[in-house]
Design a protein around this ligand. Structure first.
Ligand SMILES: Cc1ncc(C[n+]2csc(CCOP(=O)(O)OP(=O)(O)O)c2C)c(N)n1
Ligand SMILES: [Mg+2]
Length: 582
C-alpha cells in the first residue's frame, strides 16, 4: 500500500467470519498453538488466530523458522499447530519443514494467504503460483477461493477435515495445505459464525483406531520368529516400549534401540549396536530373523549388517511407511508395533534363545569402555562426550533435540539411557536445516528442552535466534563448534583430494563467533574452554546451563580431525573389550 492510501474497515466482513470459523473448528479439534509469520495478505486469519484465547500464538519473523517451530510443536504434542504466512516467496520458505513433516509423518496444518484469482498471472505484487505448491508432500490440499457467504455451510467442514487429514485420521499423519485467497479490505470484524456441532465438538470427528494385528497374522508372525535367532530393531514410531521388552524377553532377542524409540531404557535394550557391529568377531553371528519396528537407525554399519545378514526381515509401521532403503523387508505389516509385540508376547510359547544374554553382555562391555574412554579425557571437550552430557542434563519429562549429522549419530552410538527423556530428530529428510526452530517448537510445548547441533546447522538456522530471548521457553542450545562440517571428515572425500580442496568444498570453515552471534540476539551465551578441560567440567558447564533455564546458548569448541581420531579410538577400544569375551 502506497502512502496516502486510505484504510477502510468494513463492519461485518466475510473473510473475518470465515477465518473465525476456521479457528473455532481448529480449537474444537484440539489445536492449542498457532504459528504465524508477519505479512499483510494473511491479516484476516492472523487476526482470527490472535483473537481466539484457546490458541497460544507464536510469531516468527522468518517463515522457515515458523514452519520448523510448528513441526517441533507437533513432534512434542502430536497435534498440528496451524501455521500461517502471507503470499509470495513467504510460502516457499515453509517447504523444507513440509517435506520433513511429510517424510516423518508429523501433523502440520499449513495455511498460505494468497491474492484473489483475478490478481494471478498479471504481475501483481507478491503473487506467485501457490496452487499445489508443496506437491506430493501434502496429504490434502484445498483452495476454497475468496471467502463467500454462499459457501458458509462448508467452512466448518473444511477446517475440521484439514485437522483430521493432518492428524492421520484418513491415512498417514502429515502436512495439509490450505491456500486461502483474500480480497481487500483485509481488516474487518467477524459476523455471527455458522452454527457448529453441539457441545463444542468439531464438525467431523474422524477416528482411526490403532491398527492391531488380527489373530491369523499374529499366529503366522509368531511361527516366523519363535525359536529362531533374531534381533528387534526399534526406531521412532514404537508406541508401547514395554510390550517390545516383553516380546524380546519371550524370544530371548536383544532390542537394538535408538533413543527416539523409547526402548533404550528397557532391560532388553542394546544401546551400542553400531560400535558392537564394527567388531568383526561379534558381527559374524548373523540373525535368522529381524523384526524392524518404525524408522531405521542412523547407523550405516547396523543397516548394512542387517541388509547383508540374509535374515528374513519383518518391517512394522503403524502407517505402513516404507522404511526400507535396503529393500530387504520380506514382510511389511501396517500395524501398531506395540500391539503386535504385545500380542506376540502373549501368544509365543517357545524357549528363549541365548542371543539376548550375549548381546546384553557385549553391550555392557561396550558401555563401560565408552564411559572409560570418554570420561578419562582431560584435553578438551569431545563431541560424543558432550552429546552424552547433554542427554544426562535433560531433566525427566524434558526433551532432547539432536541434529544431523554427527550429534544424532553420536547419541545413537555412544549415548546413555536417560529415563523419562523424549528425543526428537528430523530424520525424515536428514536436513541440517531448521534444527533450532524445531527445538524452539518442542520447548514451546512447555517442556525443558536441550538441543545439540553442529556449528554449520546452527548458522544455517541462525535466523531462528531472532527474538528467541523474548520467548518464554526453557531451551538450552548446545553448539558443537568444529568450525565446519565434521561429518565429511569421516567420508572418502576426506582422503581423496588435497586438503585445501576438501576444506573449500566440505570442511567449510567459517570463523563465525557463535557466542557473539547469540549475544547480538540478547541471549546469554557461554563458551567452554577449548583445551585443558575434563569431561566432567564440560558436562558441568552443560548441566549448569540447563539448570539455569533457557533460552541460552552454550558453545563447545571441538576439532574435526581430533574427532575422527576419537571415533577410531572408541571403535578400537570397544573391539578389544568385546573380542576378549567372544
Ligand atoms: C539442508 C541441508 N543442507 C546440506 C546438507 C548436507 N550436510 C550434511 S552434514 C553437513 C555439515 C554439518 O555440519 P555441522 O552442522 O557443523 O555438523 P558436524 O558435521 O560438524 O557435526 C551438511 C552441509 C543437509 N543434510 N541438509
Ligand atoms: Mg561442525
Amino acid at each position: 500500500v502506497g502512502p496516502g492510501v486510505r484504510f477502510t474497515v468494513a463492519m461485518s466482513h466475510t473473510a473475518a467470519t470465515f477465518c473465525a470459523t476456521l479457528v473455532d473448528e481448529w480449537a474444537r479439534a484440539g489445536c492449542t498453538d498457532a504459528v504465524v509469520a508477519p505479512g499483510s495478505r494473511s491479516t484476516p486469519l492472523a487476526l482470527a488466530l490472535a483473537a481466539d484465547e484457546r490458541l497460544r500464538l507464536h510469531v516468527f519473523h522468518d517463515e522457515r523458522s515458523a514452519a520448523f517451530a510448528a513441526l517441533g510443536l507437533a513432534l512434542q504434542s502430536g497435534r498440528p499447530a496451524p501455521l500461517l504466512c502471507t503470499s509470495g516467496t513467504a510460502a516457499t520458505h515453509f517447504h523444507a519443514a513440509v517435506v520433513e513433516a511429510s517424510l516423518s509423518n508429523v501433523p502440520m496444518l499449513v495455511c498460505t494467504a494468497d491474492r484473489p484469482p483475478e490478481l494471478w498471472q498479471v504481475g501483481a505484487p507478491q503473487t506467485i503460483d501457490q496452487t499445489g505448491l508443496f506437491g506430493s508432500s501434502v496429504r490434502f490440499f484445498a483452495e476454497p477461493g475468496v471467502p463467500d457467504e454462499a459457501a458458509r455451510g462448508t467452512w466448518r467442514s473444511l477446517a475440521a477435515r484439514a485437522v483430521a487429514e493432518a492428524a492421520g485420521g484418513t491415512g498417514r499423519p502429515g502436512p495439509v495445505h490450505l491456500n486461502l485467497s483474500f480480497r481487500e479490505p483485509l481488516v474487518g470484524e467477524p459476523g455471527p459464525l455458522p452454527g457448529g456441532r453441539p457441545d463444542g465438538a468439531p464438525w467431523h470427528r474422524v477416528e482411526r483406531p490403532v491398527s492391531a494385528p488380527d489373530p491369523a497374522t499374529v499366529e503366522r508372525v509368531a511361527r516366523l520368529l519363535g525359536g529362531r535367532r533374531g534381533v528387534v530393531v526399534a526406531g521412532a514410531g514404537v508406541d508401547r516400549p514395554e510390550a517390545v521388552g516383553a516380546l524380546a524377553r519371550r524370544l530371548g532377542w536383544p532390542v537394538l534401540a535408538d533413543h527416539r524409540s523409547g526402548c533404550r531404557t528397557l532391560a532388553e535394550a542394546v544401546g551400542h549396536g553400531d560400535p558392537l557391529l564394527r567388531v568383526p568377531a561379534f558381527a559374524a553371528r548373523r540373525p535368522e530373523v529381524v523384526l524392524r519396528l518404525g524408522q531405521p537407525h542412523a547407523s550405516k554399519v547396523l543397516n548394512r549388517w542387517l541388509a547383508d545378514s540374509g535374515a528374513r526381515q519383518v518391517l512394522v509401521d503403524p502407517h505402513g511407511t516404507w522404511w526400507d532403503p535396503d529393500r530387504s523387508a520380506a514382510e511389511v505389516l501396517a500395524v501398531s508395533p506395540g500391539h503386535l509385540a504385545g500380542a506376540l508376547a502373549d501368544h509365543l510359547d517357545v524357549a528363549p534363545t541365548d542371543e539376548l544374554a550375549r548381546w546384553r553382555a557385549a553391550d555392557e562391555r561396550a558401555a563401560a569402555t565408552i564411559a572409560r574412554v570418554l570420561d578419562g579425557r582431560h584435553d578438551g571437550p569431545t563431541e560424543p562426550g558432550t552429546v552424552r552430557a547433554a542427554l544426562d542434563a535433560v531433566p525427566p519429562g524434558g526433551s532432547l533435540v539432536v541434529a544431523s549429522s554427527m550429534p544424532v549419530r553420536d547419541l545413537e552410538w555412544f549415548g546413555g539411557r536417560a529415563a523419562g527423556v523424549r528425543v526428537h530428530a528430523n530424520r525424515g529428510a536428514n536436513g541440517i536445516d531448521g534444527v533450532i526452530a524445531t527445538a524452539v517448537g518442542v520447548a514451546l510445548g512447555g517442556v525443558p528442552t536441550v538441543c545439540v547441533l553442529g556449528d554449520v546447522a546452527a548458522l544455517h538456522d541462525a535466523s531462528s535466534l531472532t527474538a528467541l530471548a523474548r520467548r518464554r521457553v526453557d531451551l538450552t542450545i548446545v553448539v558443537l563448534d568444529n568450525d565446519g562440517g565434521g561429518i565429511f571428515s569421516f567420508l572418502p572425500q576426506a582422503s581423496s583430494m588435497t586438503h585445501d580442496r576438501f576444506e573449500t568444498l566440505f570442511g567449510t570453515p567459517h570463523g563465525t563467533d557463535l557466542v557473539a552471534l547469540a549475544g547480538a540476539h540478547g541471549l546469554p551465551a557461554t563458551e567452554v574452554a577449548a583445551a585443558g578441560v575434563t569431561v566432567a567440567e564440560v558436562a558441568g558447564a552443560v548441566g549448569a546451563a540447563v539448570a539455569a533455564g533457557g533460552p541460552r546458548v552454550v558453545v563447545v569448541p571441538t576439532d574435526r580431525a581430533a574427532n575422527v581420531g576419537l571415533h577410531v579410538l572408541l571403535e578400537r577400544e570397544v573391539a578389544a573389550a568385546v573380542e576378549a569375551a567372544e
